[in-house]
Design a protein around this ligand. Structure first.
Ligand SMILES: [Fe+2]
Ligand SMILES: [Fe+2]
Length: 259
């Protein structure tokens, strides 16, 4: 089972509802598991927009390329994270995003796979017991998001980007969408090299188009292997298909980046 595919065959009907005996999460929060209070820090009253105005020190450090001490990554994985981060930083600069936003994008590249090489049994322990049915491949995104939340990161959109980077999510903002693209087409990927190189050459100017092509490619790959699609992945596709046409060129790319 490929780890970074959108929809490996792990979907179970109950998964997206995470039967933990808790109420449904409010809109905008990834996974019910992220709602389980674990530390005083996670009770921050900051709103999503407030939390984006000043970056958490851990996010700022990751934006400078620093991997948190709790990360569990192989050398190869670390290099992948750095490539994704560089790509995101380059796109943010080209789109003339504010410096904090560029930092935030870079940080997403570093942090999304921070627990990729942690043992699944350990990741499961950091989540909640009811998540035993989740496949190993899905654990590192939610586990990293949960750890970031415990560390005090309250930027919900950022947490969602990390938690859902393998699946996609209809509520993903610009950073999550850019991460989905960068994670898939970064130059270290060995498959479909020509296709990915051509998409890199069109980024970020054609961000809305390339994002759709990436999501479509991942969905078709999953269906082609007779695997099930996760509802959040389908939700992202439907959202992209419904969104009104974006402005042409860099204006449209910036519009999506800052959404
Ligand atoms: Fe990943
Ligand atoms: Fe990745």
């Amino acid at each position: 089972m490929g780890f970074d595919t959108f929809c490996p065959d792990f979907y179970r009907p109950a998964f997206h509802r995470l039967p933990l005996g808790l109420p449904d999460p409010p809109p905008g929060l990834p996974f019910r598991l992220l709602l389980v209070p674990t530390s005083p820090v996670s009770s921050s009253k900051k709103s999503s927009s407030d939390s984006r105005s000043a970056l958490h020190p851990l996010v700022e450090a990751a934006g400078r390329g620093e991997v948190p001490p709790w990360a569990r990554v192989s050398q190869g994985r670390r290099e992948h994270m750095e490539r994704v981060s560089r790509l995101l930083g380059k796109w943010a600069r080209t789109l003339k995003l504010p410096p904090e936003e560029e930092m935030r994008w870079r940080a997403a590249g570093i942090l999304h796979d921070a627990l990729k090489n942690e043992r699944p049994a350990v990741l499961r322990k950091t989540l909640v017991p009811d998540l035993d049915h989740l496949p190993d491949a899905l654990l590192h995104g939610p586990a990293a998001a949960r750890r970031l939340k415990e560390e005090g990161v309250s930027d919900k959109d950022f947490l969602r980007a990390v938690a859902y980077h393998t699946l996609g999510h209809p509520k993903m903002g610009g950073v999550g969408r850019a991460l989905v693209v960068a994670d898939y087409i970064e130059p270290g990927r060995r498959d479909r090299k020509k296709w990915k190189k051509s998409r890199r050459s069109r980024m970020p100017q054609e961000f809305p188009l390339v994002l759709r092509e990436v999501v479509r490619a991942r969905i078709l790959g999953t269906v082609g292997r007779d695997r099930t699609l996760h509802p959040e992945t389908v939700g992202l596709w439907n959202k992209l298909a419904q969104e009104s046409p974006w402005k042409q060129g860099t204006a449209g790319a910036r519009q999506m980046a800052l959404r």
